[in-house]
Design a protein around this ligand. Structure first.
Ligand SMILES: [Zn+2]
Length: 88
């Protein structure tokens, strides 16, 4: 555990775009869950299922955005490591 990684990631436009998408996706998911939790007791079964489905969809979207964001940042990180090795 003595390998601390201090390399900085330079954020590009895609980083920013993906981070906003990830944050928005996570917020939509949280809102969908809040809507489900708050309204499910007052709704019919079919309406409950609709809210549940919407929350599931939001969760998948948030997850996909998170993976895309992480993968993109990892690609930056690998680029940093390669260039460090090349110049060092
Ligand atoms: Zn980037």
């Amino acid at each position: 555990m003595n390998q601390t990684d201090q390399s900085q990631i330079k954020w590009c436009e895609l980083c920013r775009h993906l981070s906003v998408k990830f944050a928005t996706g996570a917020r939509l998911y949280a809102e969908a869950v809040a809507l489900l939790a708050a309204n499910a007791p007052t709704k019919s079964w079919s309406e409950y299922k609709r809210l549940l489905h919407a929350a599931e969809e939001a969760r998948r979207g948030s997850e996909a955005a998170g993976i895309a964001f992480e993968e993109h940042l990892s690609s930056h990180h690998e680029t940093v490591q390669r260039s460090t090795r090349a110049t060092g």
